[in-house]
Design a binder for this molecule. Structure first.
Ligand code: KIV
Ligand code: ZN
Length: 507
């Protein structure tokens, strides 16, 4: 095959992804995701929108400080204050970028800005020049580009390239475009912006009509060489184009697109799982590439075909995206060394004391469920080593409930070497348990969301509970895992309390 063009992967999980309602992440969680993105070979990480809050500023700065292998980008409106904040946040990065945007469609000019096209063009040019005086790598986005008058779009793109923009992003901000039309827009830009060869054409698609990935691929086919996307497709409203789908489409259909990416695709499932865990957004089982059913064959004819020759019904190999086969990995007779080696193969390296704790927890789980799968190991480690200060620990939980009685729960929690006990009844055992915890920790959390998933299959599987809890005006997402779902529920709630207490301590 001829040499393939590289498409740059610009991940905006930490910025547009975080704009998904309810998906906010804290500074440490964002850094954890940034490390995972760097490890998977993402070219550019959009780490946030520094001007919007002190928290966002600090998160972007933190990512900029630690990430060396990817360009770290901060978003800014076309105003000096935003550009200054973005610059201050990313200037420490080994490789940095400022992403300046300004809406250009008629609707936005008329209703949002009440400005003429000439005024908007001047604002864009001034902003790009101002940013370019600070750093060399400048991206410009004409927001709502797909609904912008084409002649004006060409004019503004030409002007911002002359002002110093090095990447031109063409957002389908409201997910209005469709593949043939959006692909044609990229061709038209190439044919009508005289200096376009001086910049990289980027695309940024939203999924309101369910065609964000298709639009992105159509644009790549027509010459775009940067694609903006998020893990699991999370983002504003219906979300952004999903990175894993674009990357795997380019890899699987390299014959058609003639393009490649620098993504280590074996990392995909792990990063997908991490983002799902930290945002609390569960991945649908039928989600392409990373859904639990993405590589499961149910129909007898399919199973028979796959056993005879995989490619009959499989266009991608599960191992190419790091899809975890639920094969037995360890049992209760496995030793510390096997445990350590297995964690290492999953990309987890623990300190000796952490390893001791994790190993003890693993033995406990292995005693209860005989077979311990990779997913169990990940759940144990993630549950045990939350990036949160462990102010409270669940010591024990006793529940009494039944079809004809009001549930009653006793919890014992430990903090700073002391134990605290409390009882409560409630509308169900989970409600009773959370009320009892509230009494001990002297908070009152409002449970906004609760979900439970089985980590692996079988009756003895670990249950993983995800809760979203509101404490005063702070929303936190937390998880807990156990073979006992009430214990998992209690752990998730205690983890939520720890999260909010540790962020209060930091504030
Ligand atoms: O959707 C959009 O237009 C954006 C811009 C800031 C690029 O997210
Ligand atoms: Zn967007």
């Amino acid at each position: 095959m001829d040499k393939q063009d590289k498409v740059l992967i610009f991940d905006t999980t930490l910025r547009d992804g975080e704009q998904a309602p309810g998906a906010s992440m804290n500074e440490k969680e964002k850094l954890e995701i940034a490390y995972a993105l760097e490890r998977m070979g993402v070219d550019i990480i959009e780490a946030g929108f520094p001007v919007i809050s002190k928290g966002d500023f600090n998160s972007v700065k933190n990512v900029a400080k630690h990430i060396k292998g990817s360009i770290v980008c901060g978003l800014a409106r076309s105003i000096k204050e935003d550009i200054d904040a973005a610059y201050e946040a990313v200037k420490i990065a080994k490789q940095n970028r400022i992403h300046v945007f300004l809406a250009t469609s008629k609707i936005h000019l008329q209703f949002k800005f009440k400005k003429s096209q000439d005024e908007i063009l001047q604002m864009a040019v001034d902003a790009v020049k101002y940013a370019r005086n600070k750093i060399a790598d400048i991206e410009f986005s004409p927001e709502d580009a797909s609904r912008t008058d084409k002649d004006f779009l060409y004019r503004i793109l030409e002007a911002v390239i002359n002002a110093g923009a090095t990447t031109l992003n063409i957002p389908d901000t409201v997910g209005y475009s469709v593949p043939l039309e959006y692909g044609q827009l990229i061709t038209d830009i190439k044919n009508n912006v005289p200096n376009i060869h001086e910049a990289v054409i980027s695309v940024h698609c939203h999924d309101d009509l369910g065609v964000a990935v298709a639009n992105s691929l159509a644009a790549i086919r027509n010459g775009a060489r940067q694609v903006e996307c998020t893990i699991n497709g999370i983002g504003e409203r219906a979300g952004n184009a999903s990175m894993e789908e674009i990357v795997m489409a380019l890899k699987t259909r390299g014959d058609f697109y003639g393009c490649t990416t620098g993504i280590h695709t074996q990392e995909i499932c792990r990063v997908s799982r991490l983002v799902s865990k930290l945002t609390g957004f569960v991945v649908a089982p039928n989600k392409a590439v990373v859904g639990a059913n993405a590589f499961r064959h149910e129909a007898g004819i399919h199973q028979d075909g796959v056993l005879k020759e995989r490619s009959t019904y499989e266009i991608m190999r599960p191992e190419d995206v790091g899809f975890m086969e639920t094969g037995l990995v360890l049992g209760k007779h496995s030793g510390r060394h096997a445990f350590k080696v297995r964690l290492k193969s999953l990309g987890i390296e623990l300190t000796e004391p952490e390893l001791e704790k994790a190993f003890a927890r693993f033995k406990n789980v292995a005693d209860k469920k005989k077979q311990v799968f990779e997913e169990d190991l990940l759940a144990i480690v993630e549950d045990e080593f939350k990036l949160v200060k462990r102010v409270w620990t669940l010591v024990s939980l006793v529940t009494k409930s039944g079809t004809s009685m009001k549930p009653n729960v006793e919890v014992v929690l430990e903090s700073k070497g002391k134990t605290f006990r409390s009882h409560s009844s409630g509308d169900g055992p989970v409600d009773a348990c959370y009320k009892a915890i509230d009494k001990v920790v002297k908070t009152k959390g409002e449970l906004l969301d609760y979900s439970i998933q089985s980590v692996t299959r079988g009756k003895d599987a670990l249950g993983e509970v995800t809760v979203k809890v509101k404490f005063k005006n702070k929303n936190v997402i937390a998880h807990g895992a156990s073979t006992d779902i009430l214990e998992a529920s209690a752990k998730a709630y205690v983890n939520a309390v720890n999260k909010v207490v540790s962020s209060d301590l930091k504030d």
